[in-house]
Design a protein around this ligand. Structure first.
Ligand code: SF4
Length: 384
């Protein structure tokens, strides 16, 4: 998870290292030198006069003897950093970015902002410039990630556009994090090339899932949502090739004003033609990026598609498919759909509103995206 931060309190005490660098936080000085140049020492110094009761410093290398000769003062909003987290420090821009948090279940790495779709509701609008530095940096980060991490996400842009470098990334994850599940968000189009899908399958990653969006049973409707002619055909071919190569596939259907009406037909299409996919996620809209810009064309209250959603879930479940509902508060779903609802919103952007006060279901409710301040259902009401 990358959290770009402004840095009002990040004050370089030394300009000796002008290039951005990536390192893993360590809270205890150690004489072990094996990873020394990749570790950043975090020191918390008691300071009763400060709101958090301490002042935190980062040092760009472990130093055994205190007091510390040089380093960075951490702004209070970064005091959550703990041992094992991985950060990027840019000494020139005076910024700090958290790239990986050991305690989080939502670590996702952006590998490119380039994409061959241009979805109406894209939360990460595509850019065209060369951003291969993202992958260069991730290759440095992966060996610093705890091998105990349960899952990491790979997202874009479109990771498939990285071609051979995407395959190398999956190999690297497999090598350094053999017990970590990898979930890749991809539009699937690059895998319409059978050899590319086969090469991914040959890596034999034991816990890889490709999350691929399909927005309609009608090619022209899917192509309209992703603003790319012929995309439906390539995406479906990609799904078929991936499954043929032994790669697990999750279908993702984002529900909004342009897609909700055909939810039942979409479910029947999947049940008849794509019965071999491993999971189907029916997802609420995140009002970020283009979805925010286009919210008047896209927003629909979940109360208004309950019937279509229930019908789709029933069809998929009866067909024997694994089906989940993501990004929906429990109180806007009929009780029959509660068992399918998952807490799917990443912890760092997951919020609840004052009207949730006293709700007995808050523990099992997925709540809201932080961006839901723009629009939310008229049906929010606590279970009491
Ligand atoms: S009131 Fe809030 S916490 Fe309770 S189900 Fe609705 S959204 Fe979830």
């Amino acid at each position: 998870m990358a959290l770009p931060l402004s840095s009002p309190g990040l004050r370089p005490l030394s300009e000796s290292s002008p290039r951005p660098f990536v390192g893993r936080i360590r809270e205890t000085p150690d004489t072990d030198v094996t990873e020394r140049d990749r570790e950043i020492l975090l020191v918390r110094e008691p300071a009763a006069y400060l709101p958090h009761g301490f002042r935190a410093y980062l040092l760009s290398r472990p130093v055994v003897d205190l007091p510390l000769p040089d380093g960075y003062v951490l702004p209070p909003e970064m005091h959550y950093l703990v041992e094992g987290d991985v950060v990027r420090v840019d000494p020139v821009r005076r910024t700090l970015t958290a790239l990986y948090r050991r305690a989080s279940h939502s670590n996702t790495f952006l590998v490119t902002e380039r994409c061959d779709n241009y979805c109406l509701m894209c939360s990460q609008p595509p850019r065209k410039q060369d951003d291969s530095w993202l992958l260069d940096e991730l290759e440095e980060v992966i060996p610093l990630v705890s091998p105990e991490t349960r899952e990491v996400g790979i997202t874009g842009g479109e990771p498939g556009l990285l071609g051979g470098r995407f395959l190398q990334l999956v190999e690297r994850l497999h090598h350094h994090l053999p017990r970590t599940a990898v979930h890749v968000l991809s539009n699937g189009r690059s895998f319409s090339e059978p050899a590319f899908a086969r090469d991914l399958g040959r890596i034999r990653h034991p816990d890889l899932m490709m999350g691929i969006p399909l927005y309609s049973d009608l090619p022209e409707e899917h192509d309209h949502v992703v603003q790319a002619h012929g995309a439906f055909d390539e995406t479906v071919r990609g799904i078929l090739n991936l499954k043929r190569a032994g790669v697990r596939v999750e279908l993702r259907f984002v529900i909004h004003a342009q897609t909700w009406a055909r939810l039942p037909e979409f479910a029947r299409f999947v049940a008849r033609n794509l019965l071999f996919v491993d999971h189907v996620a029916l997802m609420g809209l995140e009002l970020m990026g283009f979805a925010k810009t286009n919210h008047q064309r896209l927003w629909v209250d979940p109360l208004d598609y309950q019937q279509q959603l229930a019908s789709a879930v029933q069809t998929l479940e009866l067909a024997g498919l694994q089906v989940s509902i993501y990004n929906h508060p429990l109180c806007v779903l009929p009780a029959s759909l509660h068992p399918f609802s998952r807490k799917s919103i990443s912890d760092w952007k997951n919020i609840y509103f004052p009207e949730c006060g006293g709700c007995t279901q808050m523990e099992s409710c997925g709540g809201f995206f932080a961006s839901s301040t723009l629009k939310r259902s008229r049906g929010i009401a606590p279970f009491l």
